[in-house]
Each structure stands twice: as structure tokens, then as C-alpha cells.
Design a protein around this ligand. Structure first.
Ligand code: MLC
Ligand code: AMP
Length: 504
């Protein structure tokens, strides 16, 4: 096959009149038309002189055009590098520089902020807006609606997704065509996707969940998506009778349950609700079944691996568990110190191996070696346990990570910014339970001797360096941080002390 990813996900849809997207304005976009747009974008990439393997960094609003950029990258053999639209110019600068992107696509509103960065990095900068306008669209508009697919193999890189790191430096997870394709093929089968399906798509498309899980599954099965700009519970409930499936983070499900209009009747046409990216409370699972008669199917994945486990489509979907390893994925629970497998039932590190596991972190061989063993097992940083029936549960994390509404925040990155603020001696950033986001960020500050901290001005200054979702919802000043005898900050004690901060 000339280009496994493009040929398998997109190739069959060339020239097809079948509906791909239902758009918010009531219009639809066919697969065939979508791929014509993608071909013009691929033509523009070629005109820019981009070569297979070059990175295309994309920070643009969720739109059909944004998906067409993904398709165009696949067709041209370029590496698609999507970025959270909430990232500040400072944050984007790192990704552009680190990835060595040849092209950056952004919204017109961000252009001036990014120009100095792309100039410095010798990257080309073009704009593509939510409504399909922009300098990139203007160039593509004059180009042919067919493009000769560039030859690639399944080992070639298809995407970089940056994941934050424990040291505060983000790492570019390199995903091959084969990584993406194998997972999409498995999920279509496991979750029984067919061309009769209509997926409610309200997730962002710059992360694994909304992009590789939701979109690739739809592309591969030739199904349709009701493509919503973001989570809007009104729209979700209104559209549900036309849909068959939903994929969301747990916040989707708690917000639906908080809405009295979300009834069994509304959910009657649906065949599958999938949750992942963060722990779904067993209580949410139970309430959801009581309300709708549906049992949410919880699965577990990550940027580096796509999906690892899933509760069964047929058979018991067990609340509080993430189900079984997917076909082709090996999963073991190991002792963090020795790396040896632990007996069934014990808690340890979750390690996974399979065609879904990434190729390593871009230009970070040491980080790659710390997490990816020579035998191919990836140390996920999650702590888990397997019950007697084989169901995997995630019981904690061996990595200092906060997951707020499905977004990952590494405390170190936030602490580095807090520590720089005027009058701050040191800081500790922790995650505490939050009724809407599952977990949220709390910043604990210690002032320099004799200094009084101006928390409002500190909060205001964070916006320049940190995306809004990473900023602490609350800052608290303590005289000192609790430390153990080794001098290490006792985050567990802080988490316990402040556990009720956002209690309903
Ligand atoms: C938005 N805000 C958040 C936030 N999302 N704050 C903390 N955590 C979040 N997740 C802030 C905004 O900055 C804004 O702040 C305010 O909340 C309202 O913004 P909004 O855009 O209206 O938020 P909302 O639409 O309500 O978004 C919440 C959400 C969204 C949960 C629907 O965050 C979301 O779609 N999350 C999904 C993330 C995701 O796709 N994760 C998958 C990663 S892949 P202010 O102060 O300005 O008002 C992965 C692998 C796997 O993990 O297994 O899937
Ligand atoms: P990311 O780096 O954004 O891909 O996030 C991956 C992390 O999300 C995993 O390592 C887990 O900690 C967490 N995660 C994903 N799915 C689940 C789930 N179903 N339950 C609990 N945690 C999850």
C-alpha cells in the first residue's frame, strides 16, 4: 500500500457523496468534498516546499478545515502537530522551536503574537480561521482538488502530540502511521462502528481523544459526525435523537446528569456512550444507568499509546474499571523498583506494549529510555490493579499529574511560573477534587520573609505564560510547605489538607 494511513482512513472516501460532517449551521459536508479541500491544502504544502516527515504545527479553531489539515498531512506524508487553542504564544513558541516545524498554521487573531517566533525559527506562518478564511485558504483556493498521495510506510511518522513532562518541559510523542491505524482498526471492531453510526463530536480535536479515537474511528467506519465547536450541553441534548454514539470525558457525563432535560427518551436512539481521559466516578456510572438505562463504556488511553484497554461492548461494563487490554495490547502490572511483574491483584505500575505504542519522544532519547523499555513495554506512570476477572483498574498515578476536565497539567510547569512571581519564595501545586472538572489546580505559595503577597496581581500575571486551564483556581498562602525528613514537599499531606476546598 502506498500510504497506509491515508489510503485506509481517507482513500475509500474520495469522490463519495456520503455525509461526513453535520455542521452547526445545519449544513452537511460530504466525504468527497472534504477530501477535495484536503487535496488543495496538500497542494499548498507542496508549493511551500515541505518534504515528507516535516512537521506542520496547527493551532486553529475546531472546524472542518482543521480536520482537512490533518487529512492533507496524511496525504502529503507530513507530521501533523496539533496544539491546544488555549496555549499562549509563549507556550506555542516552545513547540515550534522544539519540533522544528516547517509551517505553522494559526488563527488570524494569533498571527502577530506568533510572527516573531516563526521568524526566529525559520518557519512559515499562515492563517486559517474557523470560518475557513485566511492566508492559507487563499493560497489553497487556486489549487487542484486532487492530489497525488505521497508514498509512506506504517513506520513513518504521522503525528507529534506534545505531553507535558514532570520536569516542566513538554515532550513530543512521535506517533507512526501504524500506531494510529492499528488502534483505529481495533476500536472500530471492539465498539462495533459501522457506516450507520452518527457520532456526537464535542471534544477538542488537538488531543488523542477527539482526534485519533473519535475522528479516526468515524473515518475508518465511514460513519457521520455531528461536529460541535465545543461542549454545549444544550446542543448535545438537542442533537442526541439524531445520533447513535457519544465520546466524552467524565465532565460531559456529569454535566448531562445535572440537566433535567437529559432523559431516557433523549438517549433512546443512542447505542453507545464512551468515557475516558480521566477517571469516571463509579457513582456517575450508576446514576447514568439509572437515568438512561445505558451503561457508559469506560476505556483507558494516553497520548503515547492511544487506547490500551476498554470495557467490553458485550458483557459487563464494570464501574470503576477500565476493562480489559484491547486485542493486540499486552498489559502488565509491575513493581516500580524492580520492574518485575506482580502477582494478580497487587497494585503496581501499568506497563503496555503493542502496535499502538509510540516511537519515542522527539529528540529526547534519555526521556524515551526512562519510559520505554528496550523490550517495547511503555511505563505509563499510572498505577493499576487487575481483578480476578481480568478487569483493569487505575488506582492512582506514579507521576505528579493533575487531570482537570480531561486536560493534563504537570504541577512542575505551574510551580516554575509561580516561583518567578514577585515576593514568592516557593510554591507547591496540587490537584484537588472538583465537582465539574473531577480535579482542579490549587497553588500553595510561601512568601519571602517579610513580604506580603498580592494574590490578585500574581493571578493576573500568570496569563502571559500559562494557558487558562493550567492556572490555579485558587492561590493559598502558607507560612511553610510540609516536608519529610529528606526535605521533599509532602504533596499528599497538602492534598488531604485542601481536599474539601471545592466540595459542593
Ligand atoms: C475550560 N476551562 C478549564 C477547562 N476547560 N479549566 C480547567 N480545566 C478544564 N478542562 C476554563 C476556561 O479556561 C475558562 O476559564 C472556563 O473554564 C470556561 O471555558 P469553556 O471553554 O467554556 O469551558 P468548557 O467548555 O466548559 O470546557 C470544559 C470541558 C473541556 C471539560 C468540556 O475542557 C473539554 O472539552 N475537555 C476535554 C479535554 C480532552 O479532550 N481531553 C482528552 C485528552 S487525550 P475562564 O476563567 O476564562 O472562564 C487523553 C488520552 C485519553 O487524555 O485517554 O483520551
Ligand atoms: P494524556 O497524556 O493527555 O494522554 O493523558 C493520559 C492519562 O490520562 C493517562 O496516563 C491516565 O492517567 C489518564 N486516563 C486516561 N483514561 C483514563 C481513565 N479511563 N481513567 C483514569 N485515568 C485515565
Amino acid at each position: 500500500m502506498a500510504n497506509p494511513l491515508f489510503d485506509t482512513l481517507f482513500g475509500d472516501h474520495l469522490g463519495s457523496d456520503a455525509i461526513f460532517l453535520h455542521l452547526p449551521d445545519g449544513e452537511t459536508l460530504s466525504y468527497g468534498r472534504f477530501l477535495e479541500i484536503a487535496a488543495t491544502y496538500a497542494g499548498a504544502f507542496a508549493q511551500f516546499g515541505l518534504q515528507p516527515g516535516d512537521r506542520v504545527a496547527v493551532q486553529i479553531a475546531k472546524s472542518p478545515q482543521a480536520l482537512a489539515v490533518y487529512a492533507a498531512c496524511a496525504q502529503s506524508g507530513l507530521v501533523f502537530l496539533p496544539l491546544n487553542t488555549a496555549y499562549t504564544a509563549d507556550e506555542v513558541a516552545y513547540f515550534v522551536e522544539n519540533s522544528g516545524a516547517g509551517l505553522v498554521l494559526t488563527d488570524t487573531a494569533m498571527r502577530d503574537a506568533l510572527k516573531p517566533i516563526t521568524d526566529r525559527c525559520n518557519a512559515r506562518l499562515e492563517t486559517l480561521n474557523r470560518d475557513g478564511t485566511g492566508s492559507f485558504a487563499d493560497i489553497a483556493a487556486d489549487l487542484p482538488t486532487v492530489f497525488e498521495t505521497v508514498n509512506r510506510t506504517s513506520d513513518d511518522l504521522a503525528a507529534f502530540l506534545y505531553t507535558s513532562g514532570t520536569t516542566g518541559r513538554s515532550k513530543g510523542a512521535m506517533l507512526s502511521q501504524g500506531n494510529l491505524l492499528s488502534n483505529a482498526q481495533t476500536l472500530v471492531k471492539e465498539w462495533r462502528f459501522t457506516s450507520d453510526d452518527v457520532l456526537l463530536h464535542a471534544l477538542p480535536i488537538f488531543h488523542t481523544h477527539g482526534l485519533f479515537v473519535a475522528t479516526n474511528v468515524v473515518l475508518l467506519s465511514g460513519s457521520q459526525m455531528i461536529f460541535m465547536p465545543k461542549l454545549d450541553v444544550d446542543q448535545l441534548i438537542a442533537n442526541m435523537p439524531q445520533a447513535t454514539t457519544l465520546m466524552g470525558v467524565p465532565t460531559f457525563y456529569t454535566r448531562l446528569l445535572d440537566d433535567a432535560r437529559f432523559t431516557k427518551e433523549r438517549a433512546q436512539h443512542m447505542r453507545l456512550f464512551v468515557s475516558g481521559s480521566a477517571p469516571l466516578l463509579a457513582e456517575t456510572h450508576v446514576q447514568f444507568e439509572q437515568r438512561t438505562g445505558h451503561r457508559i463504556l469506560e476505556r483507558y488511553g494516553m497520548t503515547e499509546t492511544n487506547m490500551n484497554t476498554s470495557n467490553p461492548y458485550d458483557g459487563e461494563r464494570r464501574a470503576g474499571t477500565v476493562g480489559f487490554p484491547l486485542p493486540g495490547v499486552e498489559l502488565k502490572i509491575t513493581d516500580s523498583k524492580t520492574g518485575k511483574s506482580l502477582p494478580q491483584g497487587e497494585i503496581g505500575d501499568i506497563e503496555v506494549r503493542g502496535p499502538n505504542v509510540f516511537q519515542g519522544y522527539w529528540q529526547m532519547p534519555e526521556k524515551t529510555a526512562e519510559e520505554l523499555r528496550p523490550d517495547g513495554f511503555f511505563i505509563t506512570g499510572d498505577l493499576g490493579q487487575i481483578d480476578a476477572d481480568g478487569y483493569v483498574s487505575i488506582v492512582g498515578r506514579n507521576k505528579d499529574l493533575i487531570i482537570s476536565g480531561g486536560y493534563n497539567i504537570y504541577p512542575k510547569e505551574v510551580e516554575l511560573v509561580l516561583d518567578e512571581q514577585e515576593g514568592v519564595l516557593e510554591s507547591a501545586v496540587i490537584g484537588v477534587p472538583h465537582p465539574d472538572f473531577g480535579e482542579t489546580v490549587l497553588g500553595i505559595l510561601v512568601a519571602q520573609p517579610g513580604q506580603a503577597l498580592d494574590l490578585d496581581s500574581i493571578k493576573n500575571r500568570l496569563g502571559a505564560s500559562l494557558a487558562r486551564f493550567k492556572q490555579p483556581q485558587q492561590l493559598i498562602v502558607l507560612p511553610e510547605l510540609p516536608r519529610n525528613t529528606m526535605g521533599k514537599v509532602q504533596k499528599k499531606a497538602l492534598r488531604e489538607q485542601f481536599a474539601e476546598t471545592f466540595a459542593p
